[in-house]
Design a protein around this ligand. Sequence first.
Ligand code: MZP
Length: 502
Amino acid sequence: MALILRESSRTFSEYLLLPNLTTRTCSPNNVDLRTPISRFKKGAEPAITLNIPFSSAIMQSVSDHNLAISLARCGGISFIYQSQSIENQVKMVSKVKNFKAGFVRSDSNLKPDNTLKDVRILTGKTEHTTIAITEDGTARGKLSGILTSRDFRLDNCDWDTSVSKVMTLFKDLIYARDNITLQEANELIWKHKLNSLPILDKNDNLLYLVFRKDFNEHMQNPNELIDAEKRLIVGAGINTRDFKDRVPALVEAGADIICIDSSDGFSEWQKDTINFIKKNYRDNLLVGAGNVVDKEGFDYLAKAGADFIKIGIGGGSICITREQKGLGRGQASSVIDVANARNEHYKKTGEYIPICSDGGIVHDYHIVLALAMGADFVMMGRYFARFDESPSKRLRIQGSYVKEYWGEGSERALNISRYSFGSEDRLSFEEGVDVYIPYAGKLKDNLSLTLSKMKSTMCNCGALSIKELQEKARITPVSYTTIREGAAHDVTLKEKDITPVS
Ligand code: MZP
């Protein structure tokens, strides 16, 4: 007969946190959300520490280079999706690694013999008023000059005048070379009262422009997650099939950490993949594995050598694995069980393996619960897919803006390597759905609201760090009526668009 667990499986919504003594030092400004993402020995430092405990899901509708750049600039990490060709994934990773905050590739470019009429057409399209004039009219051409709206009068000019007659000539420009830091570039901008500073290679080809107007924004990203060379940190998904080709290509592109993308990580294929990585790269390449939901799964992947372990089966907002296959476990129960196994492993071996709660975060407080239950960081799909920076389309449906979001197990994503076994080469049935979610605007704005709520909750729990939260938090299971009592009840909510009757 099957082994039947006594405890039923629970989700985050079935728990609440109890307040602890909030001391005077407990203010949100003092809360430190840094957290390890890779295996480390007692007393040592992990190779990568996140500045906020957030990672974005290995999904087509979530983690491309744009989202990865925005999230890393806020202190978290994206894992660029692997359900695409190696070549495309490598391009995305390279874009993140080559991104230089504040160094913008010029999107308005003309040749010296273009006319002011061409300028009018171009600025009408881009709405940008700084135009790089290069010999061949491309963003990477040899710089001939810069033209801005201050170089000619809109109300009194001959539209057939050639650009070369009015632009600031190259010989009169202040520019810098590629090895300049952002801070040095900004100092030059202020010193010479410039609006923009061209950055050139040694042959005077244009590489980037640094704009004065972006100065403040750069100063506002103190949490940026960067490597030793000050490049943004990025992760990448891999699978258990083409890893022998995909991993070297991702390493070459500069991926800082990789993660095996699978709906069920308790498998010999994961072990083989980790073995390959550890044999060829030793500890120079960090690899996460998963997903698992219990001690057995954790112990297997820990022994195989995973640097972090991801938890969750069936809890994702777009996931129908539990309906289709009757497989999975409530996310809270999974995290609690795996966290206990991780702590046991730490006690026994002195080796700490970070764990990630993946999927099923509905409310911001669920993140705090996941951390309090032992997770070191969370991975989210729906949360990030709502933002401008995610790769999916924004649409307007019945007057409201929505974004598209689809599961990796849906027909649309066709992520065969995540859902089928061995060398099976087709999806016989779907495990995910293709949906709309409410559009939410910019990643940075939403993230700062979530972080404020999390820090505030942590202060209520008397904790100034994730570690302290895990040591001090008291958590209670709740009944259905307690959950109902937690929302506004026995009142009539005012609808915002009701017009008062005078
Ligand atoms: P959520 O944040 O939208 O609730 O869940 C995102 C997580 O769901 C992903 O990180 C991944 O583990 C999982 N996922 C992605 N696609 C599917 C599917 O199609 C899925 N079933 O379960």
